[in-house]
Design a protein around this ligand. Sequence first.
Ligand SMILES: O=c1ccn([C@@H]2O[C@H](COP(=O)(O)O)[C@@H](O)[C@H]2O)c(=O)[nH]1
Length: 275
Amino acid sequence: MTYNELFEQVKKKKSFLCVGLDSDIKKLPQHLMGAEDPVYEFNKAIVDATADVAIAYKPNIAFYESNGVSGWITLEKTVKYIKSKYPEIFLIADAKRGDIGNTSEMYARAFLETMEFDSITVAPYMGEDSVTPFLKYEGKWVILLALTSNKGAFDFQFFEENGVKLYERVLRKSQEWGNDQNMMYVVGATKAEMLSGIREIVPNHFLLVPGVGAQGGSLEEVAKYGMNSHCGLIVNSSRGIIFADKTENFAVRAREEAVKLQQQMAELLAAKGVI
Ligand SMILES: O=c1ccn([C@@H]2O[C@H](COP(=O)(O)O)[C@@H](O)[C@H]2O)c(=O)[nH]1
């Protein structure tokens, strides 16, 4: 998917919402547990209930691989379902991979070729040769971890040398490997105030912003500091949407939460003159 196709979707749906499919089998509504593949049934219902207000879905791979072989099958079926029924949707494999070059090549093949994800989250710690194999796929995206939403982000990411913080170094150095047409960055919504500084380094890139909803990040703050003229944001909420309700009404409640966010997003896009 191209930058422009993504932006067209933002404008059409007046949304920059990503729904996180962190479909923990232990948290599914009880009535689904008799199904042959409960997580798949859950995902389909969530996707069908939210696809008109979401521009992206982000299955976090941990919630699938934790179920073993059957989890990988569920993941593959979910990807195929979304790709066939909603081809305009941007699909993110939240896998946080990255290894020596030939191993990264296999991760890239797994998620960007064998499974048809549009993008994959990658950890930058091992440097250039661990990231560039993911950039060899035309039309696919690397989403590099820059400033994460968790408390532990303060352990390393703010480490400063010559006035440059480590996450800023990641943003600067990685632009030697990719560009705003094939690379995005993860920036946590819980650190929204850092977004204006980040925009000075990467004015045009899309940013994947997790941390609204269950982690308490503010959508307004994210838009205030991080939105650019092409929106430039994909804001994720997982638990706040998919586990809003654990009864037979779960998909309706998930839709309500997604629509609530989309309506706020439409207002923010309009206020910034993006739409
Ligand atoms: O910095 C990061 C990077 C990734 N994540 C992931 O996003 C979702 C957030 O889920 P919520 O339920 O909306 O909190 C989850 O998959 C994380 O692994 C992140 O939160 N922060």
